[in-house]
Design a protein around this ligand. Structure first.
Ligand code: HEM
Ligand code: HEM
Length: 184
């Protein structure tokens, strides 16, 4: 079947998935610990870690999404109801969208608050908004809201995977685990 879109995740796709799960879990810890970011917030380790892990997640998501474009995977749930397939696909797309756009909004907010962004203090990164820029302050609010919404989406996504595994007892979760192939 040379022209068929594969319906199994490759080891690389699985590695990207679980690497991002790990990084995002760490990132929500830094987000919980983040102080209120105002006009005179001094730099701190928590802020640096939030920016560094955030930029890292952004970069890994670009690689992952690029890899997905050249090696697409079909949603393999032919036995699921149409609404369920639509919901799964919509949640996957929203997760990609938020992880590709919202880190830039946080970065703009960091710049407008005069906070320097770097990758773990090793790779300095440029400011992407002028200090005090109103649009970038507002981007920070959108960033926070989008990232808390992402947490709900991830919760729904993970709950669905666990429901398939433990209640429906199908191979949905195994598809994303090492050694697992397609469901059918
Ligand atoms: C996937 C990556 C990221 C996640 C999941 C995330 C998550 C969050 C969350 C949940 C908040 C709200 C915290 C609160 O309510 O107190 C927040 C705030 C913030 N984040 Fe991120 N973040 C990410 C990436 C980044 C990046 C890359 C930067 C900057 C380079 C950044 C900079 C900020 C700033 C400046 C705020 C405060 C926003 C404001 O109040 O104006 N974040 N982040
Ligand atoms: C930070 C947390 C997570 C993110 C950002 C995330 C993101 C994604 C995305 C974007 C996809 C679609 C992959 C594609 O087709 O390109 C996916 C698929 C999948 N995820 Fe997650 N995920 C997360 C956590 C989890 C957790 C905790 C589980 C298990 C409990 C899980 C299980 C799965 C499974 C089984 C699939 C394959 C679904 C299918 O195509 O049948 N994910 N995930």
């Amino acid at each position: 079947m040379p022209n068929k879109v594969p319906n199994a995740y490759s080891p690389v796709a699985k590695a990207y998935h679980w690497l991002i799960v790990l990084l995002v879990a760490i990132q929500y810890v830094t987000a919980f610990l983040l102080p209120h970011i105002g006009r005179a917030t001094p730099p701190s380790t928590t802020i640096d870690l939030h920016f560094s892990f955030g930029v890292l997640i952004f970069l890994v998501t670009i690689l992952r999404f690029g890899y997905r474009l050249i090696r697409p995977v079909a949603l393999d749930a032919s036995d699921a109801a149409p609404w369920e397939r639509l919901l799964a696909r919509t949640v996957h797309r929203l997760i990609y969208l938020i992880l590709l756009v919202s880190p830039l909004l946080g970065w703009a907010s960091a710049s407008s608050h005069g906070l320097r962004v770097s990758l773990f203090g090793v790779v300095p990164l440029p400011a992407i908004a002028a200090r005090g820029a109103q649009w970038a302050n507002e981007a920070g609010d959108v960033h926070s809201t989008a990232m808390w919404a992402l947490l709900w989406l991830i919760g729904l996504h993970a709950a669905a995977a666990l429901y398939h595994h433990f209640i429906l007892r199908d191979a949905t979760l195994r598809r994303m685990l090492p050694g697992g192939g397609s469901r059918s």
